[in-house]
Write a protein that binds this ligand. Structure first.
Ligand SMILES: Cc1ncc(COP(=O)(O)O)c(C=O)c1O
Length: 386
């Protein structure tokens, strides 16, 4: 748990940025631009498709549209969220391996032509659209160091790839891509490297056996956010991927679907202590106006310990626990061995909380999720001044 203690007066500055509103998520478009550009610099040969699911906030999407981004969507409503920004559907890929027939039909009708399959039944679903769409086959590779493992839920086993592609061929379905997702918040890109090399091998075998012409490989997401106060150096992180890219044949295009790495730094939560009580073992319980049903579900779903700053004047050090505003016992987090005593109204700021946060927030107990406040976009300011 990364907790920094700062003077109460500094907390008031955060609250002022939030217009006095708590809980509030401060959206910083400059962080989005910085991270997007850093990842793009680290992987210059790769087209980045932002994973909308990680945070579909409209100003974030608008910022990425302005950066010329492409987008990874998981459903027709995510496509519809992008259309008002004028994103052409050929800059979107639908990557959900398991789709409802209705979602598939709507997504095709909206104009998306790239879909993902990871099993034979899904081939039957996409078959009616085979003249209008092409398919990427998703394969399962697990990163042992990624806390969020997606390889059990999705992905065909690499040894089954040729069989699935040959069935697709018999059905007249074009499989022109391979993709994978090594798991979110990977600690190294070693599995990306291994998976990419394996995909190159499968693409070569598919070509040699006349099963499929693989023209694109999508290395998925998994790029990490900084939850440890150590800024992520994407250039270093991506070095193993670049090593494998050197082996990719010229005719194969490369794609990636970063979500968390881009959206996490874009939002900071400003919250306040709305109640407190000293309970068993002399432990102070501090109740905040946001919790795991608000912006902080990642604490439960993704086991994230967000860096936080507590603003107080200091005082007696005691064990402490933070809790959210709902009546559910699961709505607690951030046990502290020793924290200066907090008062009602004290400000708590939680950093790097833009990914899988507001996207999953709900109104449990009638408590509204935090409001979002847009900070100034310096690129926009520079454009206006030019
Ligand atoms: C298909 C797909 N692509 C991309 C992502 C984004 O992954 P990350 O946030 O780890 O970058 C996810 C996350 O669940 C996903 O399921």
């Amino acid at each position: 748990m990364l907790t920094t203690i700062r003077p109460r007066s500094e907390g008031d500055l955060w609250l002022a940025q939030a217009g006095g509103i708590s809980p509030a998520l401060l959206f910083n478009p400059n962080r989005v631009r910085e991270t997007w550009r850093a990842l793009q610099r680290a992987l210059p040969q790769v087209t980045l498709y932002y994973a909308v699911k990680s945070n579909p906030y409209h100003s974030l999407l608008a910022t990425l549209v302005d950066e010329g981004a492409a987008f990874d969507v998981a459903s027709a409503p995510e496509i519809q969220a992008l259309l008002p920004f004028g994103v052409p559907t050929n800059r979107m890929i639908h990557t959900h391996p398991i789709k409802t027939e209705h979602d598939l039909a709507t997504s095709v009708q909206l104009g998306v032509t790239s879909f993902v399959v990871d099993n034979l039944d899904e081939l039957w679903k996409v078959a009616p659209y085979r003249h209008d769409i092409t398919i990427m086959l998703r394969l399962a590779f697990v990163a042992p160091d990624a806390p969020i493992d997606l390889s059990r839920k999705f992905g065909a086993q690499p040894e089954d790839a040729l069989h699935i592609m040959s069935v697709a061929k018999q059905m007249g379905i074009t499989v022109d891509g391979l993709c994978f997702h090594v798991g979110s918040q990977a600690q190294s890109a070693e599995t990306h490297r291994i998976a990419l090399l394996k995909c190159i091998e499968i693409a070569r075998d598919a070509k040699n056996q006349g099963i499929a012409d693989i023209e694109r490989i999508d290395i998925g997401g998994g790029f990490p956010a900084n939850y440890s106060n150590r800024p992520v150096d994407f250039d270093t992180f991506c070095a193993p991927i670049r090593e494998a890219i050197a082996e990719v044949p010229d005719h194969i295009r490369l794609m990636a679907e970063p979500g968390r790495a881009i959206s996490a730094p874009s939002m900071t939560l400003v919250s306040r202590v709305i109640g407190r009580s000293k309970r068993q073992d002399d432990t102070w319980w501090y109740y905040l106006d946001d919790g795991v049903y608000g912006a902080q579900s990642g604490r439960i779903f993704d086991h994230i310990n967000y860096p936080m700053t507590v603003f107080t004047e200091g005082g007696e050090l005691t064990p402490a626990v933070f809790a959210g505003p709902t009546c559910d016992s699961v709505d607690r987090f951030g046990d502290q061995e020793s924290l200066p005593e907090l008062s009602l109204g004290d400000v708590i700021v939680i950093h790097e909380i833009g990914a899988y946060s507001i996207a999953t927030a709900c109104h449990f107990n009638g408590v509204a999720p935090p409001v979002i406040i847009d900070l100034e976009d310096t690129s926009e300011v520079q454009r206006r001044q030019a």
